[in-house]
Design a protein around this ligand. Structure first.
Ligand code: NAD
Ligand code: DAU
Length: 363
């Protein structure tokens, strides 16, 4: 039996990971440590047993040391400020959590596992992003683990710095680390500031779908459960000190994702008349195309053009492969948001609402 400490486990990917881990490894103990920022939501873990929740900041080194001393052998680090747009409006929180916070966790792990624990078996797994590699041209080869780092936003720069610190704690002190760099996740519990849930909820309310630039930026879409399985494989068989890229094998221009989303919303309204009653402001409620809401807006500053993942390493070493295609997983994601309206209404109230009002004219 293992004992996991999952940071950021009340956020989008962290909560999906905890749910996945409880299903796959029911005898393991799981502690979630989360500061419950605007992106963290205790309700993301509702219905789970066998999970202890600790409301704390990853920069609280003493608290993290105490948790590690309780027999934790595996730390899976998701906690971060994760939204590129927010990092452009206010980078400080990204340095505080992603750089200083990750370093604080590393110091705690070194103290408890190496200094006090005489190197007892342990793993520090760091969850990072493909954005650290920068932006690709249309014909460039996909990112692989040796692609030089070239982060372009305050968010990706902060994640790059955290990756380097994790690497340094392995090389300098012998901390048993692994890192994964993954592409754009989508699925249940994603905060509705990211492309897919934001556009979906805007379409339900008849609000504009704000497309940055020409809408032809390319992302590799990874269903969140595939990501969780990739991390599981790395925890089980990944080589210590190594990094592994995880992708979804679905390189798509934003416009294709947006058109898929609009068509799926239209089809859902056509199939279920109750949706027109629930969302009377949606164009689809009146038989009009959701695509009529597409609106070109000023581009994101420094907007990376293309991300793509070469997953040769994780596939060859650990047998990873995304399980299902975008269309099926996207349909499941849409169904989840339609079935969980109270969830997204609750998370979009409060500090998120006032942040959007301060920063955007079009939402
Ligand atoms: P998220 O924003 O949905 O959740 C982040 C979680 O971290 C929240 O629960 C929040 O409360 C918590 N948190 C933030 N600051 C904290 C602090 N100082 N102390 C403790 N908890 C804190 O993020 P996500 O999309 O689930 O991303 C999780 C991780 O995966 C991040 O490290 C992110 O960089 C990485 N990642 C995300 C994606 C993606 O597509 N979402 C892709 C690649 C990598
Ligand atoms: O690649 C991994 C990264 O994916 C993660 O590290 C980040 O945490 C995660 O937020 C995500 O970053 P992106 O910037 O790619 O995701 P986002 O959903 O913000 O945007 C996806 C694309 O859609 C991007 O090209 C910008 C565009 N976009 C986004 C929003 C929110 C729009 O055109 N309009 C929008 O309103």
């Amino acid at each position: 039996m293992a004992k996991l400490l999952v940071t950021g486990g009340a956020g989008f990917i962290g909560a999906n990971f905890v749910r996945y881990w409880r299903r796959q490894h029911p005898s393991d103990a799981v502690i979630v440590l989360d500061a419950l920022t605007y992106a963290g939501n205790r309700a993301n873990l509702d219905g789970l047993d066998g999970v202890d929740f600790v409301h704390a900041d990853i920069r609280d080194e003493a608290r993290v040391c105490d948790l590690l001393r309780s027999g934790v052998d595996t730390l899976v680090h998701f906690a971060a400020e994760s939204h590129v747009d927010r990092s452009i409006h206010g980078p400080d929180a990204f340095i505080d959590t992603n750089v200083v916070g990750t370093h604080s966790l590393l110091k705690a792990a070194r103290k408890v596992w190496l200094d006090e624990g005489a190197g007892r078996p342990h793993r520090f797994h760091h969850v990072s992003t493909d954005e650290v590699y920068g932006s690709l041209g249309p014909a460039d080869p996909a990112f692989h683990e040796a692609t030089p780092y070239a982060p372009n936003s305050p968010y990706s720069a902060s994640k790059a710095a955290s990756d380097h610190l994790v690497r340094a704690y392995h090389h300098t002190y012998g901390l048993q680390v692994t890192t994964t760099n993954c592409s754009n996740n989508y699925g249940p519990y994603q905060f509705p500031e990211k492309l897919i849930p934001l556009f979906l909820i805007n379409a339900l309310h008849g609000r504009p779908l704000p497309i940055y630039g020409d809408g032809m930026n390319v992302r590799d879409w990874l269903y969140v459960e595939d990501h969780c399985r990739g991390i599981e494989l790395v925890l089980a068989g990944g080589r210590i000190g190594e990094t592994y890229n995880i992708g979804g094998g679905e390189e798509l221009p934003n416009m294709v994702v947006i058109d898929t989303l609009c068509a799926a919303v239209d089809a859902a309204f056509a199939a279920d008349p109750d949706l027109a009653r629930r969302f009377p402001d949606a164009p689809a409620a009146a038989g009009r195309a959701s695509a009529s809401l597409k609106t070109y807006v000023t581009d994101r500053p420094g907007h990376d053009r293309r991300y793509a993942i070469d997953e040769t390493k994780i596939r060859g070493e650990l047998g990873y492969r995304a399980a299902h295609g975008f269309e099926q997983r996207f349909a499941e994601t849409l169904a989840w948001y339609l079935a969980n309206e109270p969830w997204w209404r609750a998370v979009m109230d409060g500090s998120y609402k006032s942040w959007v009002e301060r920063n955007y004219a079009t939402r």
